[in-house]
Design a protein. Sequence first.
Length: 483
Amino acid sequence: MGVFGGRLPWTAYASAAGRAGRAETLITLRKTSGKPRLESLHELPGRPDGRRAEYFRWPLPIGLLRGAPLVLKIVNLPALPRREAKAAARYAVGDSLPFAPRDMALDAWRVGDQTLVACAPRDALAEQARRNAVSGFTTVPAALAALRPPGAAGGAELFLLADDNVAGVYLLERGAPVFIRESTIHRDAPLAVEIARSLEYLRARRMAGPETNVWIVGSRAYDPESLQAMESVLNLRPHPFNPLAETVEASPALAAAIRGREAVFAPLIGAALDGGARTRLAPPRGAIMRRAARRPVAAGIIAALIAHFLLWGWSRAQRWDMEQGIDAAEARLAPLADAGAKAGELAARIAQARGEIARLEGELGAMPSLRGAGIDWEAVWYELARVMPPGAALTSVSVTVNGDGARASLRGATRGDGPGDIAELRRLVEGLSKSPAFTSVSVGGAAPAGPARDRLSFEIRARINEGASSFALPAHAREEAGS
């Protein structure tokens, strides 16, 4: 059974509800200028196969999918608009799915330099939507990312999901998931062994080190047997994640009501914070309308309200158009009264503007024409790198383009090797003088520098030749430039 939630029509609120352990829970959050505040957390009688629409009169909830039938993948795609990213992700993961791409619901969103793809069979989503009265779904990584925004943690964080029938491993860096693995397990299956397989694969890729914070969430986060098995199999003891200490705040009474079970409610609170903003897997179109069709009285009332608001909006639009027409007619009459008085003032302003235009055109004609279009700037930088001796380094490069061409001012310093400083400067000047990219090379100045005055700072002036093409580029760089 998944976790469900939703977003209230007021932007200051978000809510989520679903199974926390073996009970039903409704969570409401208020967004404030600081940490979001946990307003309420109601545990309701659990009904695993019953409808929950009576708990969500408004809005329709958002389900949090985990394990089967959800498939999560991280793929390398360029930064694309959302619609193009979804099409590219569908093509990228199509051959590796246990179901046909045409039969799946898919969403993709950017996480750092990669793209996270979530997909599930449409039939499974339709069944979940029918049983639980949900209109869309989000994922556990999205909920965890909402709990850990960028900057909340100094380094990488590893989250372990320990639920009744799902084991998950998620690595977050700067609040974004970079590794995801979920698997469905039987209730009596060894949870630690399944998590160990995921961690072995993760460590083989060297994506997690000993300094990584390890958290555990889910209904088995406080199970002594599960924690002891993890400690013996994984050689680590994860800490139950407490969103009341890390992400949200709550009143003392509410904090006391869930003390010792904070990690169980963490995915629910993350779903309320996210509200389906990161991923929005939708069931097939028409599922919500079919539910409305099963309630003819409610559907009739909704249709009547919609018709009423449409009629009201049409009448308001007609009245507004008439008022705008009257205002426009009055506005056209007003300028005629003082048009004669303003004619002289307008003529003076026009003459002044023409004089200013003539002055600017004269200044533009006197400006020297800019040159430098024939310079291969990439080759110039390669040439500077080629002739730079190991005992010297540039600190700044400034280029001036005027009527005489392009001139460069190279500022730098030696590395402080003692008497060899002058020799390094001489080698740099000789290299620039022999280079086909530069002419008129001269030293503008040189002086001791550094805290102990053991280095030599210098300035070299040179003219950059035009028309030079690829004289310093290596072979692979010339091939890339040609392609």
